[in-house]
Design a protein around this ligand. Structure first.
Ligand SMILES: [Zn+2]
Length: 252
C-alpha cells in the first residue's frame, strides 16, 4: 500500500490548481503553510492507486490488468459497473470525512473534489451526468446540506461535466447505518431511492457517475443503482471520497 500510495500522491500533486483551505483538514491547525494538510498529515493519508479492482475499487496487490476484478466481485458482482475511491477510510482520513459529513466543513471541498477527479479519471471519459446520492428531505432540512451533493458539485466544476441533483430522491427515511451488519444495511436501504417523476428521459442510454462520501458495504450505492437502471441508464459508475478497505473500519 505504501508504494501505491506514493504513486497516487504524485498524481494528486500534479492534479492542477486547487483552492487550499486556511487550516488543516486533518488536525484543524491554522498556519500550516500553503497546503490543506501539513506534510506529516499528507504523508499519513492512504490514497488509493492502481492496481485496483475495476468493479469495486478495492486496492489489489497484483496488477492483473485494467479490467481485473477482486475475488469478492467475482463471487458477487456489485450492481454498478465500476467504482473508484480517493482515500482509504482509516484513522488518517476519518477526520476529513466526519468534518465534512457531520460538521459541514466546506473549505476543503475543492481539494477533496480534486482527489476524487484523479481517482475517477479512468471512468470520466464515459460520464454523461454526475448524480450525488441524495438525502431524505427531512434529513436535508435538519442538516442543512448534503455532503455528497457538495462533492459532486466540486467534481462538476473541475471537469465541466453536467451535475444533476434533481434526478434521484430518497423516498424512504432510513436510520443511520453505523454499526449495522452488511445484511442489515442492505435491508435498511432497500427501496429507499427513486428516480424523480419525469426525469427518466434524461437518463435513457446515459452513463451516470454516482457520487458519495464513503463506500462502506456498498448497500446505499447499490440501492441507488436499481432505480437508475429501471429508468434506462446504460452504465452506472461510482466515485467516493473514501472507502473502507478493512472490515474493522466499517463503523461510520
Ligand atoms: Zn472488487
Amino acid at each position: 500500500m505504501a508504494r501505491l500510495g506514493a504513486r497516487a500522491k504524485g498524481l494528486v500533486r500534479a492534479g492542477g490548481e486547487v483552492l487550499w483551505p486556511s487550516r488543516s483538514l486533518v488536525s484543524g491547525a491554522r498556519d500550516i503553510g500553503q497546503g490543506a494538510l501539513s506534510p506529516q498529515e499528507f504523508a499519513a493519508l492512504n490514497f488509493i492507486a492502481s492496481p485496483v479492482c475495476h468493479t469495486c475499487g478495492q486496492p489489489q496487490e497484483v496488477d492483473l490488468g485494467p479490467l481485473a476484478q477482486c475475488g469478492a466481485c467475482l463471487a458477487r458482482p456489485p450492481k454498478w459497473d465500476a467504482a473508484r475511491s480517493a482515500l482509504v477510510y482509516d484513522e488518517a482520513s476519518r477526520r476529513i470525512v466526519l468534518d465534512l459529513k457531520r460538521a459541514g466543513r466546506r473549505d476543503g471541498l475543492s481539494v477533496m473534489a480534486n482527489w476524487m477527479v484523479q481517482a475517477a479519471r479512468p471512468l470520466l471519459e464515459e460520464t454523461d451526468l454526475i448524480v450525488p446520492v441524495p438525502l431524505h428531505y427531512r434529513r436535508l432540512a435538519s442538516r442543512g446540506f448534503n455532503q455528497s451533493g457538495w462533492l459532486a458539485a466540486g467534481m462538476a466544476r473541475q471537469t465541466g461535466l453536467v451535475l444533476r441533483v434533481d434526478i434521484l430522491k430518497r423516498a424512504k427515511s432510513t436510520p443511520s447505518q453505523g454499526g449495522m451488519s452488511p445484511k442489515a444495511r442492505k435491508r435498511n436501504v432497500a427501496g429507499a431511492f427513486a428516480v424523480r417523476h419525469g426525469k427518466s428521459a434524461a437518463l435513457e442510454d446515459r452513463h451516470v457517475l454516482l457520487v458519495d462520501d464513503v463506500l462502506t458495504t456498498g448497500a446505499t450505492l447499490e440501492a441507488c443503482v436499481r432505480p437508475l437502471r429501471k429508468a434506462g441508464v446504460r452504465a452506472v459508475q461510482v466515485v467516493t471520497l473514501a472507502r473502507v478497505v478493512r472490515a474493522r473500519d466499517a463503523s461510520i
